[in-house]
Design a protein around this ligand. Structure first.
Ligand code: FMN
Length: 187
């Protein structure tokens, strides 16, 4: 099963980095699959550590995926790393082995520690829609502008029906990002 998380790492100077990643879930081993050009990949290979942050804060997904945001954080307890302040819970990881293709790495990590701050609420269609919209926005090169616009329209309807104000703001950020990248065809 792949779980969508916010993955945090440090670079060799100690600067934190946050990026959404879909990780292959396990209680003791978690596999991260970053594309090789990402900062996440470079940091993970350079330091050997990372943190999986489980959160329902979809605005944080948007900000870290599309706007390179350094999210509010505090130090991890067992590895050199940081925990996103808005995490419901987290896993602190040490790299065990690397692999994958020339394009995309597969990095197996051992769970060395975990923490909890608050419950993760149940499924929310609006939040799922924001996550899907954000993934789409990171992969615009793969789709026709019309396909992107139609998908964003569908996501906007779901957010309108089932989301709160934060979900709407988050989707609006995605739409503005897409509009800038596609010359105005944001849906
Ligand atoms: C929900 C979600 C899941 C993602 N999963 C991955 C992934 O597994 N691997 C990857 O390289 N990028 C993934 N991305 C895209 C990265 O988050 C995005 O390219 C990000 O800008 C990389 O940041 P970085 O260069 O700071 O590591 C995902 C994006 C979203 C929204």
């Amino acid at each position: 099963m792949i779980v969508e998380v916010i993955f945090s790492t440090l670079d060799t100077t100690g600067q934190p980095n946050f990026a959404p990643m879909g990780v292959v879930w396990g209680d003791e081993v978690i596999t991260v699959r970053p594309f090789r050009q990402t900062q996440t990949y470079h940091n993970l290979m350079a330091t050997g550590y990372g943190v999986v942050n489980l959160t329902d804060d979809v605005l944080a997904f948007v900000q870290s995926a599309l706007f390179n945001a350094v999210l509010p954080h505090f130090p991890a307890s067992a590895v050199p790393g940081v925990v996103f302040q808005g995490a419901c819970s987290w896993r602190e990881l040490a790299v065990v082995s690397g692999g994958g293709t020339t394009e995309r790495a597969e990095v197996r990590c051992r769970v060395v520690s975990k923490g909890w701050q608050r419950d993760f609420l149940g499924f929310c269609r609006a939040r799922n829609a924001v996550i899907e919209a954000t993934i789409l926005a990171t992969r615009l090169h793969l789709y026709e502008p019309k396909t992107v616009a139609e998908a964003l329209e569908r996501y906007a309807e779901i957010v309108q029906k089932t989301g709160d104000e934060v979900d709407q703001v988050a989707l609006q950020h995605v739409r503005e990002f897409v509009a800038r990248r596609t010359g105005g065809h944001s849906g």
